[in-house]
Design a protein around this ligand. Structure first.
Ligand code: BGC
Length: 739
């Protein structure tokens, strides 16, 4: 499989690049004399400027722009591009026309591969954690940190922006995505990408589409009906893409309904370019291009990372008329217009600034504090009193040295290196990496009158003994996830369930802090007093966790994903194809393509649980606070299509509440579940009420009519439900939509 061959190839290429970089010439491009070229007139539209450049380009120059230069070099013996910035991809610019190179870097949660040149990059919380903030402003900030640091390091394009829906919570990349709801995920990732582009760095949204599991990702065929697709996975992309207008969209490895995503006419030409009116370019996932003519005619604009199909083979196809020149011009136009639109031509990156780690850390911590979901707080054990608590047992998950991060191409290099020893037998790009933000250190600082001891949790009995002799026990548990493989179950690995059971049995004041990439099952939930979902919290993680545990910060996040009680309650109790792939790998055979049929269709996440009448462990949209809120006064304005209601903080602490609006469509829609249609994050002082009005956007109330191949707002009676979570909507009203 491609992903398994990626590491050695990448490592070899990087070794070559690193060696050559020592002798490489200065990497700035000559641009000064290009000021007078007609397309450098910034008052012209991006499209016009692109056309003016295109008119001057030779066929070879056009071909040069529509593919990368390989993981390092294209072919053995080729010269290394001297201006490559050691990211995941490089496209040399057209110097004589003043068009800069494109240096692309993986940057889902921070800039990847910074360590190669002793650069520093901020690790942000996981994208799933970001989605738990439900905060478009936090998402914009998240993106702007990435954009700022990309620019500082000489990159002008991000290849983060994952918005595949969490159909499969065991998907190894769940933490790179923004959860299970298309409106929430699309809004968050759209704002994130906008934040990247606010720094004049090109953004990207990926993996288009339905790359919802890693098992067999480059051979599987995702099978799903058109309506379900448009109302779920593709709606997330539609919202993100129309919000951000990103420079790029990365097509996925998998097939969708029979065709590879990177040569799928319906997906690329019809939906993305026609229906979503996407003006940027489609780049393939790394080695995800499979053909020349078919891919190009069906909508692919750039092959990454090399030129197997869109290099000499494309030139030949143009020469012999198999691919019209007009199509190549369109591909190049899309690339150039995006470069002009985002500002990378007018403001070329100059890698001369030192990334500001303090600013990054503050931004990251601020987002982390808004991202942590308090799932349980029996007897109001939390917040702990910093002055009163006398002894704390801190247990597990390397809490003495750091916090966990996710693995794969989204991994960021930890300052000072991994805080734990590498796991033997695990490839470097899939190593669990702990960042040096140690909860133990901050807990000791906060609990100034307490004896705070640490136990690694590897021996449950020993950990329980420490817990027994302490006033409070805080158990840190982890669920590691990485690109390239899925987690087989929702259970915590490494005997951690037994650890929590043992500690909880020894100490009735047990708090569990989750460092997880996705959801987990919790067989010990009834035995512990409090649970805090910290996700992968980033470089400010330890402070954020402590600030919440001690009440310096009132938790305000809500789940962007449903926690199932067990795998049995998921639409697919087993990951589709996993046994097939495992068997083939054990027998050292390649795996034949297989179907992953999404029989649950539109019913992703909470919609599935509601339609199937299953009780989740924790519902979508759920999250506790140290204060309380009440909801009242729902009014629906049918003419303006908007809702108004009041939220009051009835407790004694200031807090942030995420008020959610759901709609249940008329029965003609055939959708036996409600859907999220709006929300607002409100800051409320004790006793304060706010009355808010939110729009009921027609798209979010519509169904996709397969016959008409268009969205349709059905006439009839809609139920509007408002409240603090998908499972708790105390306010209800109806909305009539007339023919
Ligand atoms: C991943 C992409 C990533 C690319 C470059 C691929 O294997 O699926 O998300 O951007 O590699 O590293």
């Amino acid at each position: 499989m491609r992903n398994s061959s990626k590491t050695p190839k990448l490592a070899a290429a990087l070794a070559v690049l690193t060696a050559l970089l020592v002798a490489a010439p200065a990497r700035t491009q000559s641009g000064a004399s290009k000021k007078n070229l007609p397309w450098m007139n910034a008052s012209l539209s991006a499209d016009r400027r692109a056309d003016l450049v295109l008119e001057q380009m030779t066929l070879d120059e056009k071909i040069q722009l529509v593919h990368g230069t390989g993981w390092g070099v294209l072919r053995d013996g080729d010269p290394v591009p001297p201006r490559s910035n050691l990211g995941a991809g490089f496209v040399p610019g057209i110097d004589r026309l003043g068009i800069p190179d494109i240096n692309l870097a993986d940057s889902a949660v921070g800039v990847r591969m910074a360590a190669l040149e002793s650069r520093y990059a901020t690790l942000l919380p996981s994208a799933l954690g970001l989605a738990a903030t439900w905060d478009p402003e936090a998402a914009f900030l998240f993106g702007s940190v990435i954009g700022r640091e990309l620019r500082d390091q000489g990159f002008n394009m991000s290849i983060g922006g994952g918005v595949d829906l969490a159909r499969e919570p065991r998907n190894g990349r769940t933490w790179e995505y923004a959860g299970e709801d298309p409106l929430l995920a699309g809004t968050i990732v759209g704002q994130l990408s906008k934040g990247v582009q606010s720094q004049k760095v090109m953004g990207d949204i990926k993996h288009y589409a339905v790359n919802d599991q890693e098992t067999g990702r480059d051979i599987l065929n995702a099978v799903i009906g058109k309506r379900a697709l448009r109302e779920s996975d593709l709606l997330a992309f539609e919202i993100a893409i129309t919000t951000a207008e990103p420079a790029g969209v990365m097509c996925a490895y998998n097939k969708l309904n029979g065709d590879f995503s990177c040569e799928n006419d319906d997906l690329l030409n019809q939906v993305l370019k026609k229906d979503f009116a996407f003006k940027g370019w489609v780049l393939s996932d790394w080695d995800g291009t499979h053909s020349t003519k078919k891919a190009v005619l069906n909508g692919l604009d750039m092959e990454m990372p090399g030129d197997e199909f869109l290099g000499p083979a494309l030139k030949k196809a143009i020469d012999n008329g198999e691919v019209p020149l007009a199509r190549l011009n369109d591909m190049v136009h899309r690339i150039l217009r995006s470069m002009f639109a985002v500002g990378v031509v007018d403001d070329p990156v100059v890698p001369r600034r030192v990334t500001d780690p303090f600013r990054g850390r503050e931004d990251s911590e601020q987002i982390a504090e808004k991202s942590m979901v308090l799932l349980k707080n029996a007897g109001a054990l939390l917040p702990l009193s910093a002055s009163e608590v006398r002894s704390i047992a801190v247990i597990g998950s390397h809490a003495d040295v750091g916090v966990l991060s996710g693995g794969g191409s989204a991994q960021v290099d930890a300052p000072g290196g991994n805080a734990i020893d590498p796991k033997p037998g695990t490839a470097e790009w899939q190593q669990p990496v702990y960042f040096p933000s140690a909860p133990l250190r901050y807990l000791r600082k906060q609990a100034r009158n307490a004896k705070v001891d640490y136990d690694p949790g590897t021996d449950p009995a020993r950990a329980a003994a420490l817990a027994k002799s302490s006033e409070v026990a805080i158990v840190f548990v982890n669920q590691y996830m990485t690109e390239g493989r899925d987690n087989e179950t929702l259970s915590l690995p490494d005997n951690q369930d037994a650890l929590v059971h043992a500690v909880a049995a020894a100490n009735p004041r047990t708090i569990v802090v989750l460092e997880t990439g996705s959801t987990i099952s919790m067989p010990w939930l009834d035995d512990v007093k409090a649970v805090l979902a910290a996700w992968y919290p980033g470089i400010g993680g330890a402070q954020a966790i402590c600030n919440i545990l001690f009440g310096e910060v009132n938790p305000s996040a809500k789940l962007p994903i449903t926690f199932a009680r067990s795998e049995a309650d998921l639409p697919h109790p087993e990951i589709q194809g996993m046994q097939l792939v495992k068997k083939a790998e054990a027998e050292h055979r390649s795996v034949p393509s297989f179907d992953v049929t999404y029989t649950e269709g539109i019913q992703v996440g909470y919609k599935w649980f509601e339609a199937e009448k299953k009780q989740p462990l924790f519902p979508f949209g759920f999250g506790l606070s140290y204060t309380r809120y009440s909801y009242s006064g729902l009014k629906v304005d049918e003419k303006q299509r908007q809702v108004t209601f009041t939220v009051k903080n009835t407790g004694s602490r200031p807090g942030g509440e995420i008020a959610q609006v759901y709609a249940q469509l008329p029965s003609a829609a055939g959708e036996p579940f409600k859907r999220l249609v709006a929300w607002e994050r409100l800051a409320l002082a004790p006793g304060e009420s706010k009355t808010i009005t939110l729009p009921l956007t027609p798209l979010y109330l519509s169904i996709f009519d397969e016959q008409k191949d268009a969205w349709s707002l059905l006439p009839g009676e809609y139920k509007v439900l408002v409240g603090p979570s998908s499972a708790d909507t105390p306010l209800a009203a109806s909305l009539r939509i007339h023919d």
